[in-house]
Design a binder for this molecule. Structure first.
Ligand code: HEC
Ligand code: HEC
Length: 275
């Protein structure tokens, strides 16, 4: 399973160089490289309207609405600024962001970002609880795409930027994907691929999403939703050999067995979905 490691590493290095290349243009941005600002308690005062879609404390009950709980502060702030400026467009959200009063230096958006980023992502309380279990073959395909990339299609591993744990890279405003709803992730990949969402720095996500086939976008979305950071982070990197052994003993590395469906039951129906 790990024979592709050196290849994965080369792609990871490629992805890091893309990331470095895209950084300078955004170096002055309010969200990049900053420690979380804002006041979570004040943020909680401005979000009454948000919970109808994003759920109480940002744990959304509908898979088409993203979880905001536990999402990285810098990423949340960037997205809200992007909805406000029109750099990211969505009929609902472009209107919703106008319900937040403008304040100097986007202080209100900072407060909201601080609030949601400090809420725990609760998989049992959000739409993950009712999500279908991931078919093994599909989850494994998603695992390979996420952690190793697809060299033949010049797709870097997602883990190079979104991290093996799926927790993203907070200072770089790269979102967590672990535990995010697969329906939402797949929809965003489609929006990136078609250019309807084009706010990623250096257009890196647009480029990557275009290189993925629809079925691959589906597989990687299913894996991301099922990915549990504690299975990746809880083991290493103290003892690398132990880490590799523990991962190899999991049916799909990073995915709790309870989140997997038995092979025969669902695979044949599900693998074609999203094409
Ligand atoms: C009527 C439903 C609805 C309400 C109410 C709503 N949102 Fe959203 N929100 C959405 C949808 C749908 C998306 C995904 C938009 C897209 O596809 O680009 C979204 C996306 C977001 C994102 C981006 C998340 C990500 O992972 O990229 C943020 C941040 C956000 N909303 C914040 C808010 C805040 C703050 C409020 C309250 C002021 C709010 N939303 C109210 C439906 C809603
Ligand atoms: C070179 C770094 C890089 C790589 C590699 C990368 N991403 Fe991203 N990704 C980003 C950045 C940066 C953003 C934030 C875009 C923005 O600012 O709107 C992002 C955003 C996303 C989003 C939007 C999440 C949300 O909450 O709306 C999804 C979904 C996503 N990436 C999936 C993937 C998948 C799947 C892969 C692997 C096939 C991947 N990414 C590989 C950098 C990367």
């Amino acid at each position: 399973m790990f024979q592709d490691t050196s290849q994965a590493l080369r792609i990871a290095i490629f992805a890091s160089s893309v990331l470095i290349a895209i950084s300078p243009a955004h170096a002055g941005a309010s969200y990049l490289g900053v420690a979380p600002q804002g006041n979570a308690a004040k943020g909680a005062d401005n979000i009454a309207v948000c919970s109808s879609c994003h759920g109480a404390h940002g744990n959304s009950l509908k898979p088409e609405f993203p979880n905001l709980a536990g999402q990285n502060y810098n990423y949340l702030l960037k997205q809200m600024e992007n909805f406000r400026s029109g750099a990211r467009q969505n009929n609902t959200m472009s209107a919703m962001i106008q319900t937040v009063p403008k304040a100097p230096g986007d202080a209100n958006l900072q407060d909201i970002a601080r609030y949601f980023s400090s809420q725990p992502l609760d998989r049992k309380a959000n739409a993950n609880a009712t999500a279908a279990k991931a078919p093994l073959t599909l989850a494994n395909e998603g695992y390979r795409i996420y952690q190793q990339g697809i060299p033949a299609q010049r797709v870097p591993s997602c883990s190079a930027c979104h991290m093996p744990s799926g927790l993203g890279n907070a200072p770089m405003a790269i979102p967590a994907l672990a535990g995010q709803h697969a329906t939402y992730i797949e929809a965003q990949l489609k929006l990136f691929a078609t250019g309807k969402r084009d706010n990623s720095p250096g257009h890196v996500m647009e480029m990557i999403a275009r290189r993925l086939r629809p079925g691959q976008r589906h597989a990687v979305a299913v894996y991301s939703e099922a990915l549990d950071p504690s299975l990746i982070n809880g083991i290493g990197p103290r003892d690398y050999a132990e880490y590799i052994k523990a991962l190899a003993s999991q049916k799909v590395p990073g995915v709790p067995t309870a989140a997997l469906a038995t092979e025969a039951a669902t695979d044949s129906k599900k693998t074609g979905a999203g094409n």
